[in-house]
Ligand binder design. Structure first.
Ligand SMILES: O=C(O)CCC(=O)C(=O)O
Length: 226
């Protein structure tokens, strides 16, 4: 390989391992009574340094093959209020809201993040849903990631890049809502019974102007789909 090409390869890597700031975990809910329901989550508020998160955002926006999907509502077909992309290993097909997501190949930046986050979580993620919120007018409604192909207690690692957005988790049985801010470079790992017992959403925030990309790394087993 020539010198210029080598230099390009070096530039092309994000070097995530050098930009991971903290393995420290924070208890999101340490100010709430023990008796109140708590989702089974792990929270790494500054997992990626600010400059690396900004660089990853720029690269992923350029690299991913963004789609405007449409969903059926009681009022008819409407555009989803965000853009999406689905990347993964061959065969990691994921069906939700009537949308059949056939994986695009891993982009370089997303694959680098996948490897670092897989190492942290001790599992091997084989797919990722990318959500691109172009401004605070984009959103995601209440839902749980509980499709059969994710298995009964899925580990889902959610990396946020760009504008800070509110994230709500609502307990199915009690209606208790836990809200917090997902800042750029933060990593939220949902696990255990979180998908079975809670719903989550990203509400609209008209005051937010900036763009945000969220990556939820998942393990899809196509054979589990009914
Ligand atoms: O954008 C987020 O933080 C949440 C994404 C999400 O809920 C999902 O991908 O299921």
């Amino acid at each position: 390989m020539g010198g210029a090409r080598r230099a390009h390869s070096r530039r092309a890597k994000l070097c995530v391992s050098r930009s991971i700031q903290a393995f420290a975990m924070f208890d999101l809910f340490d100010d709430t009574p023990q008796s109140a329901p708590h989702p089974d989550v792990r929270w790494h508020p500054s997992w990626l340094a600010d400059d690396a998160a900004a660089e990853a955002l720029t690269r992923i926006i350029a690299e991913a093959d963004w789609r405007q999907e449409r969903i059926r509502t009681p009022g008819g077909w409407v555009d989803q209020p965000r853009l999406t992309a689905w990347q993964g290993d061959e065969g990691a097909v994921y069906v939700y809201s009537g949308i059949r997501n056939v994986p695009q190949p891993w982009s370089a930046t997303v694959a680098e993040l996948r490897d670092a986050i897989s190492a942290l979580c001790g599992v091997r993620f084989n797919s990722v849903l990318l959500n691109r919120y172009r401004s605070g007018a984009d959103s995601m409604g209440w839902h749980a990631d509980h499709e059969p192909e994710l298995g009964p207690e899925p580990v889902i690692a959610s990396l946020s890049l760009g504008a800070t957005r509110r994230f709500d988790l609502r307990h199915n049985a009690t209606g208790v809502v836990r809200s917090f801010r997902l800042t750029s470079g933060s990593l939220l790992v949902m696990q255990g019974m979180t998908q079975a017992q809670w719903r989550h959403r990203v509400p609209k925030e008209p005051a937010v102007c900036g763009e945000r990309v969220n990556l939820t790394f998942r393990i899809v087993t196509a054979g589990l789909r009914k």
